[in-house]
Design a protein around this ligand. Sequence first.
Ligand code: DQA
Length: 153
Amino acid sequence: MKILVLNGPNLNLLGTREPGQYGTATLADVEASCREAGARLGHEVECFQSNWEGALIDKIHEYGRLHREGEALGCVFNPGAFTHTSVALHDAIKGVAGLPVVECHISNVHAREAFRHHSFVSPAAAGIVIGFGVHGYVIALEGLVRAHGKAAV
Ligand code: DQA
């Protein structure tokens, strides 16, 4: 089955963006480890990143349809700063009811500025992984497969 690894704004800058906060791995590195973990778990990972809210919403809708058709397992989603601002992303996840979305943040947002403490995505998420650096993406993938996949892993 397909699993979407979805990244929001500024995450294309991973590697050079605030390395003290986000580390030095690039988005390509993160996506490669997600594809590898997906293959190990018997699933095909598609990676998509956009700085545009609407493009992220369209991708969630696409995976909602694929999930309904039995072709997609779910989604690992780092919404970046849209986490803290976007009712539209909350509604998109709610709107494709049934698609499990695991929210993932590289940094521990709760140990940072107050404006990062609230997430519009969390109430719509199937699970949340926060603060494990870029390893969190693989942890989220494994959690998604264990909780929502058919294969015992
Ligand atoms: C982030 C945390 C957000 O607050 C921030 O805007 C990001 C990255 C993280 O992965 O830690 O862009 O989602």
